[in-house]
Design a protein around this ligand. Structure first.
Ligand SMILES: Cc1ncc(C[n+]2csc(CCOP(=O)(O)OP(=O)(O)O)c2C)c(N)n1
Length: 360
């Protein structure tokens, strides 16, 4: 395992064939393109007022999809709010995501979560946490609980560079080290925590080296290289599943867009820095490798992008046609058996609805 200090160098990407077959690589590339197409569309949709809030992941596709494809179906993902690529790679349908972005009656979370904070039990993708780092301790707890039940599950926590300064990072990694939890800590160091640069986050040379303090390996990986990420997560999964304990992976990436639809990154970072990292655009790198391996050409690539954009449009259209959440569902799933107070509130709510005081 390597520990390269500093930022990712634009080294030649690992060639296909190492860990991922050409077919698997093409499948991963399709998901990368779908994630990027979704991102591009959603930023516009938020500006048009058609969705309320969005957190883009452009630039982080290789890290997310490379990691997700190294996991097994039984593993549990504990994401932050920027893991679109992971959700898509786990098989979450795009329609389901758009239902959540809009918060309509097709949303399994019934429109109760902040947009972009989705979760899907059947894909073992836990609802994203907004408070930074809380998913780290949850992933460790779930891994330890699974081990007690003799359930061969590995958990993975996704988080950013900023989360390494959180209390939960320390508590989670310390517990995981002591109890050898079958957990992978996957840090996407995208160089910025909103407007705070990596240099001001910590004086550690790398984020991966923080694992030394907890007694398990820390690995730096070029997060723009799909194959390198896939290999690092496969190794970490093997370690976790065989009882050797956790691994911290620092995938060095860059967030191409804003932190969310609520900020303007031009106010805090230089265009030259963005341009530098765009030379290592993970989608461009994967495409070049696939063309080199003879499994993709420009015409197929264009068709693939068109299909991805059409898929986004179809998912959006279906979500926009879906009815809003029934206001009365607000009282569902609160308690297994509604309490007397809740029953009273619901009756009052229904009365106000009938009188037209509350508009559906
Ligand atoms: C405990 C807590 N403190 C502060 C915030 C406000 N906040 C939201 S996102 C964010 C930056 C997180 O950066 P990082 O962990 O690097 O992840 P990234 O957004 O870059 O993916 C902050 C400070 C929060 N959500 N939770």
């Amino acid at each position: 395992m390597t520990q390269d200090p500093g930022r990712a160098a634009p080294a030649a990407a690992t060639p296909p064939g190492e860990g991922l077959s050409n077919e698997e690589t093409l499948a991963a590339y399709r998901v990368m393109v779908l994630a990027r197409a979704t991102d591009e569309r959603c930023l516009t949709l938020q500006r048009q007022g058609r969705i309320g809030f969005y957190v883009p992941a452009s630039g982080q596709e290789a890290a997310q999809i490379g990691a997700a494809r190294a996991l097994h179906a039984e593993d549990w993902v504990f994401p932050a709010y920027r893991e679109l690529g992971v959700a898509l790679a786990r098989g979450v349908p795009l329609e389901a995501l758009f239902h959540q972005f809009i918060g309509n009656s097709g949303d399994v979370l019934k429109g109760r979560q902040m947009p972009n904070h989705y979760g899907y039990r059947e894909f073992r993708f836990v609802v994203a946490s907004s408070p930074i780092g809380t998913q780290i301790t949850q992933a460790v707890g779930a891994a330890l609980a699974a081990r007690r039940r003799k359930d061969p599950v590995v958990t993975i926590a996704f988080f950013g560079d900023g989360a390494t300064s959180s209390n939960d990072f320390h508590a989670g990694l310390n517990f995981a080290g002591v109890y050898r939890a079958p957990t992978i800590f996957f840090c996407q160091n995208n160089q910025w925590a909103i407007s705070l640069p990596r240099e001001k986050q910590t004086h550690s040379a790398t984020l991966a080296e923080k694992a030394n303090a907890y007694g398990f390996p820390g690995v730096v990986v070029d997060g723009t290289d799909l194959f390198a990420v896939h290999r690092a997560v496969s190794d970490a999964r093997r370690r976790a599943a065989s009882g050797q304990g956790p691994t911290l992976i620092e995938a060095q990436v860059y967030r191409f867009g804003p932190h969310s639809t609520s900020d303007d990154p031009r106010r805090y970072r230089a265009d030259t820095e963005v341009a530098h990292w765009k030379e290592m655009d993970p989608i461009k790198r994967a495409k070049e490798l696939l063309i080199g391996a003879g499994v993709l050409d420009e015409a197929r690539d264009t068709a693939l992008w068109e299909e991805a954009r059409a898929q986004v449009s179809r998912a959006l259209e279906s979500a926009e046609k879906t009815s809003p959440v029934e206001p009365g569902t607000l009282f569902d799933d609160v308690f297994a058996e509604p309490t007397p107070r809740l029953v009273e509130e619901r009756a009052e709510f229904d009365r106000l609805l009938a009188e037209g005081v509350i508009k559906p």
